[in-house]
Design a protein around this ligand. Structure first.
Ligand code: PMP
Length: 434
């Protein structure tokens, strides 16, 4: 029995089957550095998915490791009953890079909790309890969050929260208004949001929540103008606009710190997690002081803002600012998207390459003409990439979109290597038959 087989046998015996790793033969990872990881047999992989866009400055970044090590030997836990400098420092740093007046943060331990905090806060602030989300959204795994999710695979129970409605996904590749989709479609998609408010709610929504680039849904970038109109509409009905930046935050989309800034929109509440602390568990909900002040009932998160996670966040944000990751992501993202466009031109089963910055995807279809989703081909490419020593992710409603989101510090040579490996993986899939 190999070491991997031994660990996998333990996983099957002692973990919920719901903890479901990728691949026919799941990968047992052991070590990482920068954009490289090694499995327990010592095989190395180029990691272009960074633990779902989470090791944002690379595996085991020395500055983060050093601060975490020092903090855990000094004071590992306090609970929010006490004040710590790392938590205040982390919140101050977020306020420095967040858009406009967003300056007060509530820390939790995951994206799901940060989403819960945002929705809860919107209800408390507005005194209302209806929310509009987008179809193909993913916001987490709690009862409320799974009701916000709008892909059947991520909604394990029947609807349990009646106040959630879903508006049309602003999805250019599959836009029914016009092909190619343009700014006029941004307006048409936003009109659907207004329709949903006026036909399926009491007209007094608490909030509209959206990912600025839909993540699990397949890195869908809404058409220009959509978010500006959507924010205007929700506000005209007295609701708040919540931007979920769990995947698209921290320079990921290139040239801006947060995805929503590309559209010139300042959210009322913003949700962050994943890349915020390079892999330490941190969720953060940031808003303006007058909204934060609406949370008057008692609330508490024992581990939220714990000093070890907070120094990881501070060290990560430090590296991000020093390295100017938004502009790095823009440059490396252009290199990556050019390589992906070449693959799109080469293969009829790559319907579209798309994304922003270092958040890039390939939508896999039976052929460019019908655009019919091809999850089997996507799965074959995922497995072939692994054979080529390359880790990428998968998503989309049918599991037919391949997703790339490497460390924001990835080098030019590493992007080129990733594209070479992906190109060889595509050749493998083509040889076997798509
Ligand atoms: N929002 C978005 C956009 C996400 O992608 C995720 C996780 N994939 C979440 C929220 C939930 O985050 P977590 O898994 O940390 O609870």
């Amino acid at each position: 029995m190999t070491k991997s087989e031994d660990v996998l046998a333990g996983q099957r015996e002692f973990l919920f089957p719901a903890v479901r790793p990728l691949y026919d033969q799941p990968l047992v990872l052991d070590e990482g550095e920068g954009v490289r990881v090694r499995d327990v047999e010592g095989r190395e992989y180029l990691d272009l998915f960074s633990g779902i866009l989470t090791t944002s400055v690379g595996h085991c970044h020395p500055n983060v490791v050093e601060r975490v090590r020092a903090q855990i030997g000094r004071l590992g836990h306090t609970s929010p009953l006490y004040v710590t400098e790392p938590q205040v420092e982390a919140a101050r740093r977020l306020a420095e890079i967040a858009p406009g007046g967003l300056s007060q943060t509530f820390f939790t331990n995951s994206g799901t909790e940060a989403i819960e905090t945002a929705i809860h806060l919107a209800f408390l602030h507005t005194g209302r309890s209806e929310i509009i989300a987008l179809r193909l959204a993913y916001h987490g795994r709690s009862f409320l969050a799974t009701n916000l999710n709008a892909m059947k695979a991520w909604r394990p129970l029947s609807s349990s929260f009646p106040g959630v409605k879903h508006a049309m996904t602003p999805y250019p590749y599959r836009c029914l208004f016009k092909q190619p989709c343009d700014e006029s479609c941004g307006e048409a998609f936003a009109r659907d949001l207004e329709d949903i408010i006026s036909t399926t709610t009491n007209g007094r929504p608490a909030a509209f929540i959206a990912e600025s680039v839909l993540g699990v849904g397949g890195y869908i970038v809404p058409p220009p103008g959509y978010f500006a109109r959507a924010a205007e509409i929700i506000r005209s009905y007295g609701g708040l606009f919540i931007s979920d930046e769990v995947q698209s935050g921290f320079g990921r989309t290139g040239s801006r710190w947060f995805g929503i800034e590309h559209w010139g929109v300042e959210p009322d509440i913003m949700v962050m997690a994943k890349g915020i602390a390079n892999g330490m568990p941190v969720g953060a909900t940031i808003t303006r002081p007058e909204i934060a002040a609406s949370w008057t009932p008692k609330t508490f998160s024992t581990f939220g803002g714990n000093p070890v996670s907070m120094v990881a966040a501070c060290a990560t944000l430090d590296v991000m600012v020093t390295e100017d990751v938004p502009s790095r992501a823009e440059t490396r993202g252009t290199q990556l998207s050019q390589g992906l466009e070449e693959l799109e031109d080469q293969y009829d089963w790559i319907g579209e390459s798309r994304g922003m910055g270092l958040m890039q995807a390939l939508e896999i279809v039976h052929d460019k003409h019908t655009k019919e989703p091809a999850p089997e081909t996507a799965k074959a490419l995922l497995e072939a990439a692994r054979e080529e020593g390359l880790l990428i992710g998968i998503g989309g409603l049918h599991g037919h979109v391949l997703r790339l989101g490497p460390s924001l510090l990835i080098s030019e040579a590493e992007v080129a290597e990733g594209l070479d490996r992906l190109s060889r993986a595509c050749e493998r899939v083509e040889r076997v038959g798509s």
